[in-house]
Design a protein around this ligand. Structure first.
Ligand SMILES: NC(=O)C1=CN([C@@H]2O[C@H](COP(=O)(O)OP(=O)(O)OC[C@H]3O[C@@H](n4cnc5c(N)ncnc54)[C@H](O)[C@@H]3O)[C@@H](O)[C@H]2O)C=CC1
Ligand SMILES: O=C(O)[C@H]1O[C@H](OP(=O)(O)OP(=O)(O)OC[C@H]2O[C@@H](n3ccc(=O)[nH]c3=O)[C@H](O)[C@@H]2O)[C@H](O)[C@@H](O)[C@@H]1O
Length: 441
């Protein structure tokens, strides 16, 4: 099939590449010309394991092309997939202006008589009806179009695997024919498909992200209590997860969830509920717990050192999770901002996100992809992202290279016995402190 994907971010690019790989002819359109030029040359604008090889092989097979020309993108596709951003507005609701821009481009530049428009961007319930209205406002006579809501569930860092081996594909449509075309589109993937109405498909996406965020805030609250009553959250998580009804996933306690989606989608769902006069108390608490979680780690450090002023502090991990260069809403930024306010000398390490993060700070923060450089002569270190490079860093080295080996681990990377034997002062989440220490400023 002939497909145009609007937006070449994490979702659009991975979707486009996947569809080309399973045999479709895909044009990826983006308004960012620099991105498009790079992609034409086979250069991915995002760090995502496995994506570069798929871009290059499908460019070579001529099944994939990139453009910033609207005529080329919208003239004759059979299907347009909307995969542009839906960032949050100031009040937490979703900004639909990029989605609207695509809807308007489709009617302005489209020359086809029949078209299926698939919404893959995460959009509030009711958005597909808005898209319908935006398109009908200036539709050429005689053009027939159908809408399909087809939310995306990939995770950054494992996006390729998630796309080829997802748990489910949701197809929400008012048109049986359009739904069957989209089912056919994905059939080589052999992933279970659920057909729903459009509104339910839109809600499935928000409810999924909200549920996962709830699991994380729940386990973080249990962790916070564990610390006070002498329990160990790692054992508690394992014990809970052995119940098949609960399952072991998304029970890793830490400094909370970040990224471009959980924070914005939870807020958007609270807004959506508010619009229909439903106060979503549970989800509001999930968000509040998450906002506090990095601050609790900082609080532990404040109880150990009187002041951060003038001290070298290492921050290990800047990306919101491992295997991505995405730093949107990363817990590291909360920690760095607070330390920066308190005039610490911050050296932040990340194996891939260090360059992106550099652009955010004018002064007071140094970024490196050399973990030793970050730790050498540091008074204390915060572990914020559980990169393999961090987990595999030998614990004894902290003692060797830091001025005082005091570690605040926001991702529970190390075994408590090993930490004890190594001689570091080690504070983690939901577990007892090891070799606790007080130093004077
Ligand atoms: N990042 C993720 O892991 C996931 C994201 N989503 C959702 O998918 C949507 C896209 O997210 P990302 O890919 O992360 O966004 P992104 O911010 O990485 O990429 C969006 C792209 O759209 C382009 N764009 C903006 N307006 C455009 C227009 N009118 N025409 C063509 N291109 C345009 C931008 O230049 C950018 O390259 C969002 O709604 C997000 O919530 C859903 C599942 C996973
Ligand atoms: O809508 C989206 O954008 C996507 O959001 C998440 O994917 P992603 O944000 O890429 O990453 P996750 O692996 O879900 O992690 C999100 C955050 O939760 C944190 N997390 C995750 C799991 C856990 O047990 N504990 C925990 O703190 C991670 O460190 C990270 O900061 C969902 O997992 C995807 O299904 C969804 O498609």
């Amino acid at each position: 099939m002939k497909i145009t994907v609007a937006g070449t971010g994490y979702v659009g690019l991975v979707t486009g590449v996947m569809l080309a790989e399973i045999g479709h002819h895909v044009t990826c359109f983006d308004i960012n010309e620099e991105k498009v030029e790079g992609l034409k040359a086979g250069k991915s604008p995002i760090y995502e394991p496995g994506i570069d090889a798929l871009i290059v092989s499908n460019l070579d097979r001529m099944r994939l092309n990139f453009t910033s020309n609207r005529d080329c993108a919208y003239a004759y596709p059979e299907i347009v997939i909307i995969a542009v951003g839906t960032p949050e507005e100031e009040d937490g609701s979703a900004d639909l202006s990029y989605v609207k821009m695509v809807a308007k481009d489709i009617t302005k530049y489209g020359k086809q008589k029949e078209l299926i428009i698939v919404t893959k961007s995460t959009v509030p319930v009711g958005t597909n009806q808005k898209i319908k209205k935006w398109i009908e406002e200036d539709l050429q006579n005689g053009t027939k179009f159908d809408l399909v809501s087809n939310p995306e569930f990939l995770r950054e860092g494992s996006a390729i695997k998630d796309t080829f081996h997802g748990d489910r594909i949701i197809i929400g449509s008012e048109s049986k024919l359009a739904a069957s075309v989209i089912e056919e589109l994905y059939s080589p993937l052999n992933i279970p498909i659920l057909h729903t109405d459009i509104e339910s498909a839109e809600m499935i996406k928000y409810a999924s992200n909200a549920f996962l965020a709830t699991k994380i805030s729940f386990i973080n609250e249990i962790a916070n209590i564990c610390e006070k009553v002498g329990a160990n959250i790692e054992d508690v998580s394992t014990g809970i997860g052995l119940d098949n009804r609960i399952g072991p996933k998304f029970l890793q306690a830490g400094v909370g969830y970040g990224g471009s989606c959980f924070p914005k989608d939870t807020k958007a769902l609270v807004q959506l509920a508010g619009n229909v006069k439903h106060k979503f108390d549970l989800l509001e608490s999930v968000i509040e717990v998450n906002n506090n979680q990095p601050l609790l780690l900082l609080q532990k450090a404040r109880e150990v050192v009187d002041s951060f002023k003038g001290k070298k502090v290492a921050v290990l991990g800047v990306a919101f999770k491992p295997n991505t260069d995405d730093i949107r809403e990363a817990a590291s930024l909360t920690i760095i901002n607070e330390l920066n306010k308190e005039q610490a000398i911050i050296v932040a390490y990340d194996p891939v996100a260090h360059l992106k993060a550099k652009d955010l700070y004018k002064q007071g923060v140094f970024f490196t992809n050399d973990i030793r450089e970050a730790l050498t002569d540091a008074t204390l270190a915060f572990i914020i992202t559980e990169w393999d490079e961090v987990k595999e860093f030998p614990i004894e080295k902290y003692v060797e290279i830091m001025e005082t080996p005091i570690i605040f681990d926001g991702r529970n990377c190390y075994d408590l016995h090993k930490a004890k034997n190594s001689g570091i002062s080690y504070y983690s989440v939901g577990r007892q402190a090891v070799n606790p220490l007080i130093i004077n400023s």
